[in-house]
Design a protein around this ligand. Sequence first.
Ligand SMILES: [Cu+2]
Length: 112
Amino acid sequence: MINHTFSAILFGLALGTSALAADHGQNGHAMPAEQAMDPVWADGTVKKVNADAGKVTISHGPLASLDMPAMTMVFRVSDPAMLDQMKPGNRIRFVVERRGGALTVTALQPGR
Ligand SMILES: [Cu+2]
């Protein structure tokens, strides 16, 4: 029952994320090359925090900017202090950037 509710929420988020991505696509042409990686906020749920490794496992919705479907995966964080704000089960909004080949959470907000 809990899982079913969660799926419904995730589906709703997926629709919202797609709408955001479409907006970014329309505005992207005018942007300089350095800003091609336009920050896009994604929604997710924290699954596991590994403070020693500076990594967090997040169940995230589709990330259009990275051409990635919804999945559970491990991210690095740009600032270890972010990990203090993440607890398993927390809903979060976050920005992901590719840094040195590693997908890295560069901004964090409480989820809705
Ligand atoms: Cu992913």
